[in-house]
Ligand binder design. Structure first.
Ligand code: ADP
Length: 481
């Protein structure tokens, strides 16, 4: 029962306290339509209060030693792992993904807290040979200040933790607005931050149905130094423009249109396995999910048969049922978008091999779908599908497929399968994407830099580079020595 969970919080959290609001909004389970909770609906005025709390806390948090911040983050990490089952259940209930995936997300999210707790201790400065004998040049790295963030519903835990862990490790304080569909996972994170002893005002969460109003405060309040966003490219552009007014630092993790290329020399079974993981994780609702599949013509038929077999064995259902591989889509709008893309593709000449509709007309369960004879001009190849639809195309030459894969405004993730070492380097270097999976369909982890190029955004999360987004470089010139 969700109401038994000690981590079920329905008020907002800043300055180390829980705050209600005059309005509340409902959180529903996409698998059943059941109302899970009514969450306090934070206002822009409350967002300003949270920013004040973060600004106040920044003074003391940034002056702790890295080791002290690290110790607190490690305590948070331990609590996240200790409560992984409960956190995963909350996540599945509000988001829909299968429990095993939800648990994977909690462990993945927690790994960033551990990673950045360790990295916090390695924020090295620099000394630079001076231009004259009486001078010295030193470089310091300092936390940027108050960080605000807006996150999406597809990874209700990890998208927050991935940003917050880096920000807190660097010495910044943090205020996040989670997606309206999935605030419970975010508020549970606040409860565990509180239990971990992270000081008041350092980690703050505001759930709200007023994304625009909260977004305006987060991007325009002069006390905010940096804004970090994960979401759609369209909303990212609006928020980026808002940040421009105050020349705020930004990290933008936006949409993708990932190609998945299978060359004729690939291990086809491994490619099918990688494709299934990359396409159907979270029912296709991740920004690094495969969107376009290009198979070399000589192996297209064999590959398509293997894919069809794998897809028809997927089990769709309530994520709380342990036998399920695929949960529902997040809401009706998401289902309608996927339906429209599939209908458009079929009308334009694509073959519907399986799926192509909801399990029942009024549910949010969209059947795993395979389309063949897809064309680059179809909307299904140009837009982010964000659903369980695998769209197959074929190609003849390496140069051709590289050009087609790159012919998109997006540049987040790309994947390809080949066993030819020369081709592996040529294609990996030629793909205009921030991340490339070579003979691998799942690529994200705390040690690696996650992020995109082109209109998929900028900034990197995770890895030894991840702290840079939250640090300013300060140059000291010592003269008259
Ligand atoms: P998705 O398609 O994944 O829902 P969005 O970009 O619409 O992607 O949403 C990602 C996050 O951005 C969510 O937290 C949402 O509430 C927030 N958001 C959406 N529109 C705006 C806006 N105009 N201003 C600020 N935040 C917004």
């Amino acid at each position: 029962m969700i109401s038994d969970s000690q981590l079920l919080r329905t008020e907002n959290f800043w300055q180390g306290n829980w705050y209600g609001a005059t309005q509340r909004f409902a959180v529903t389970n996409p698998a059943t339509g059941e109302r899970l909770a009514e969450v306090a609906d934070a206002t822009p005025a409350q967002a300003q209060q949270a920013v004040s709390a973060a600004a106040e806390a920044f003074v003391s948090w940034s002056s702790l030693s890295a080791a002290e911040r690290s110790a607190l983050l490690l305590r948070w990490h331990q609590l996240l792992l200790a409560h992984q089952d409960e956190l995963a259940l909350l996540l599945t209930l509000e988001q829909g993904k299968p429990l095993a995936e939800a648990k994977g997300e909690i462990v993945y999210g927690a790994s960033y807290v551990q990673w950045f707790a360790e990295e916090a201790k390695r924020v090295y400065g620099d000394t630079i040979p001076a231009t004259s004998a009486d001078k010295r040049i030193l470089v310091l790295k300092q936390p940027v200040g108050v960080v605000t963030a807006i996150t999406p519903w597809n990874f209700p835990n990890a998208m927050i933790v991935r940003k917050a862990a880096a920000a807190l490790a660097a010495g910044c304080t943090f205020v996040v607005k989670p997606a309206q569909q999935t605030p419970l996972s975010a508020l549970a994170l606040a409860e565990l931050a509180l239990q971990a002893g992270i000081p008041a005002g350092v980690f703050n969460v505001l759930a709200s149905s007023d994304a625009q109003g909260i977004g305006a405060v987060f991007t325009q309040d002069p006390r905010v130094a940096k804004f970090s966003f994960t979401g759609s490219t369209a909303v990212g552009k609006t928020l980026l423009a808002q940040c421009a007014q105050g020349v705020k630092r930004v990290s933008m993790e936006l949409g993708g249109n990932a190609p998945f290329i299978v060359f004729e020399d690939a291990d086809l079974d491994a490619a099918v396995q990688g494709l299934m993981a990359s396409k159907f994780r979270n029912a296709g609702q991740t920004c690094v999910c495969t969107n376009r599949v290009y198979v070399q013509a000589s192996v297209a038929k064999a590959f398509s048969q293997k894919v069809q077999q794998a897809v028809t064995s997927l089990r769709l259902g309530n994520g709380c049922d342990s036998k399920v591989d695929l949960g529902p889509l997040i809401d009706d709008a998401a289902c309608r978008k996927v339906e429209a893309l599939v209908q458009d593709a079929v009308a334009a000449g694509a073959n519907l091999i399986c799926g192509g509709q909801r399990q029942s007309p009024d549910s949010l369960f969209y059947l795993p779908t395979v389309l063949s004879k897809v064309d680059d001009r179809m909307a299904v190849a140009q837009q982010e599908i964000f659903g369980p639809v695998l769209a197959l195309q074929s190609f003849d030459t390496e140069d051709e497929v590289l050009a087609r894969a790159n012919a998109t405004d997006y540049g987040l993730a790309a994947y390809f399968y080949s066993r030819d070492i020369g081709r592996i380097f040529r294609v990996a270097e030629g793909l205009q994407f921030g991340m490339v999976g070579v003979n691998e369909g799942i690529i994200s982890n705390a040690a690696a830099p996650f992020g995109g190029v082109k209109q998929s955004g900028y900034g990197r999360e995770g890895s030894k580079y991840g702290l840079d987004d939250y640090l300013d470089i300060k140059y000291l010139c010592l003269g008259g020595l």
